[in-house]
Design a protein around this ligand. Structure first.
Ligand code: PLP
Length: 341
């Protein structure tokens, strides 16, 4: 039994999802003639209380399109030093949009309105890049699945409004935050100018993300998507998977959260573990004692066919997901408990 906890992206479509995909009605989405994609875009726009949504092949491309739509070359965006848009999109912000990132020293990938205020360059001081955009990530990836305090999100939103800045949410795992904190998509739509969401993380779709915004913001989104090479044809097969995921895999995220919590509790009791970050959703980040080598630990896990991932800086990560079953969970807890270093 292979237990793959490297990421929640390792899931494979369930038989029900495959059936939904195989029976989807499709058309050429570059002509906007794919009924399944169009219906999914309407559904998701509606969930978030926005007027428009556009399907993308990846979360990175959806984020990159949003950055492009919000900025001009030479501008600057404000984000956390852990931000996916800064760390894990191949330098896309500078490559695609010619913008720089002002990095904030946040806590687990989250920052405060006061930090944002201090980071805004005065617009008439032409020596500095023009601050145009604030990007927030919820849940935070590198921050270990932590959820923002909605009150802070709101305060930053008000700041963006009064300073004429765009406000983007990288919501690749917003679903986990909605379930963990009992929040609604609509309340996020209300706050942000643009939101990207992924179907290929916790929701278990094979491919697919969506960018959401109002008509005026989204007017050029389809052009940018085309430029980035993201115009796809009979992509309703993928939209059908996303649609199925929204119907069947949203509420069950709480099972992933429950299992992650149990892993966190067990890890924090093990003598060779130094710290476990607070588990809020489906990501567990932990550190070994200095006396235990990361390689030895990972090898011991691999010998039991358990796969975690290193995050750099001595941090290790396990992520629970749809294909991580109760039987795997029981087995993992037993293996962890029996480890000796
Ligand atoms: C996974 C992820 C993305 C998008 O990743 P893709 O692999 O390009 O779909 C964006 N932001 C965050 C926070 C993520 O976790």
């Amino acid at each position: 039994m292979r237990i793959d906890l490297r990421s929640d992206t390792v899931t494979k479509p369930s038989p029900g999802m495959i059936k939904a995909m195989m029976t989807a009605s499709v058309g050429d989405d570059v002509y906007k003639e794919d009924p399944t994609v169009n219906a999914l875009e309407d559904r998701v726009a509606d969930m978030f209380g926005k007027s428009k949504a556009l399907f993308f092949p990846s979360g990175s491309m959806a984020n990159q399109a949003a950055i492009k739509l919000h900025t001009n070359p030479g501008d600057q965006l404000i984000c956390d030093k852990y931000a996916h848009v800064y760390n894990y999109e191949g330098g896309g912000a500078s490559f695609n949009s010619g913008v720089s990132c002002k990095l904030l020293e946040g806590h687990r990938g989250m920052f405060t309105a006061d930090q944002v205020l201090a980071a805004i360059n005065p617009p008439d001081f032409y020596h500095s890049p023009l601050t145009r955009l604030v990007a927030v990530e919820n849940t935070t990836n590198k921050g270990g699945g932590a959820c923002w305090d909605f009150f802070e999100i709101k305060k930053i939103g008000e700041l963006c409004q009064s300073n004429n800045l765009g406000y983007h949410l990288d919501g690749a795992r917003i679903w986990n935050a909605l379930i963990a904190k009992d929040e609604t998509a609509n309340q996020y739509g209300h706050m942000f100018d643009s939101i990207s969401v992924c179907f290929s993380k916790g929701l278990g779709s094979p491919v697919g993300s969506i960018l959401i915004g109002d008509d005026d913001f989204m007017k050029d989104a389809i052009r940018i998507r085309k430029i980035l090479g993201g115009g796809m044809r009979q992509v309703g097969y993928l939209a059908a998977a996303a649609n199925f995921a929204l119907d069947h895999n949203l509420e069950r995220l709480k099972d992933d959260h429950e299992k992650a919590k149990e892993i966190g509790i067990l890890l924090s009791d093990l003598p060779f573990i130094k710290t476990v970050e607070a588990v809020e959703t489906n990501i567990v980040i932990f550190e070994l004692n200095a006396s235990v080598s990361e390689i030895d630990f990972m090898t011991a896990l691999q010998n039991s066919n358990i796969h975690a991932i290193g995050m750099g800086g001595g941090k290790l990560r396990m992520v629970t997901h749809l294909d991580y079953t109760d039987a795997m969970h029981d087995h993992l807890l037993k293996v962890l408990e029996a480890l000796k270093f």
